[in-house]
Design a protein around this ligand. Structure first.
Ligand code: FNR
Length: 189
């Protein structure tokens, strides 16, 4: 029986996303009592306040999926030194209508992979600022800036490098502890 349900976002819509591969790797090394459900973002229309009185089904499903999660994990690429528009759009939907912010007090972690050595550091900085405003309870350490290569990750998330395996295992173990700490003082409603 899982202790915690984790909803995870993959910030890329690419069919060959290295961040989707990273998400599979993270699930492989996560503690056994975490259960993972992807929260899709690719089907959402572009957010407008015009929808606030009558959210479309895709956006209602997004908010329901977050409400059903004990915590959220963001696995995102860096686009032009920030987060992809599709991910920001999903966060904007979830944060509204005013007074119904889905991220309020939710335990959260951010991670990402790029082919370059910067490993999504600036995207994660942008995402942290957004999640901070959304009042998510972010894990601040450890940080994880992952440089993807096919030598390190198989397509199904197999981790081929012992150091990376150890690091990501530790990251997910810390995330589990973070979830438990946050929910101890701020139980999900
Ligand atoms: C990129 N890429 C990229 N990489 C990076 O390290 N910093 C950046 O700012 C950007 N900017 C950027 C913009 C756009 C529009 C694209 C398409 C790509 C490269 C990026 O890291 C690479 O394409 C990854 O493979 C994207 O992750 P996914 O989609 O494979 O998960």
């Amino acid at each position: 029986m899982p202790a915690y349900q984790v909803g995870y976002f993959v910030g890329s819509l690419s069919s060959t996303s290295v961040n989707r591969i990273l998400s599979k790797a993270l699930i492989r090394v996560a503690p056994d009592d975490l259960a993972f459900t992807e929260i899709p973002i690719g089907n959402l229309p572009l957010y407008s306040q015009d929808y606030d009185d009558d959210y479309p089904p895709q956006a209602l499903a997004l908010k329901e999926a977050i409400a059903a999660s004990d915590a959220v994990l963001f696995v995102t690429p860096e686009y032009n030194r920030s987060i992809p528009g599709a991910l920001k759009n999903a966060i904007d939907w979830a944060s509204r209508p005013w007074g119904q912010n889905s991220f309020d007090h939710i335990p959260a972690a951010v991670v990402g992979a790029s082919v370059g050595s910067i490993g999504t550091a600036l995207a994660q900085q942008s995402l942290r600022a957004v999640l901070s405003f959304c009042n998510a309870r972010q894990m601040t350490a450890p940080e994880a800036y992952i440089q993807y290569s096919p030598e390190t990750f198989g397509d199904d998330g197999e981790i081929r490098n012992a150091g990376t395996q150890e690091f990501l295992t530790g990251f997910m173990a810390e995330f589990r502890e973070h979830i438990q700490r946050v929910l101890t003082v701020l139980p999900r409603q």
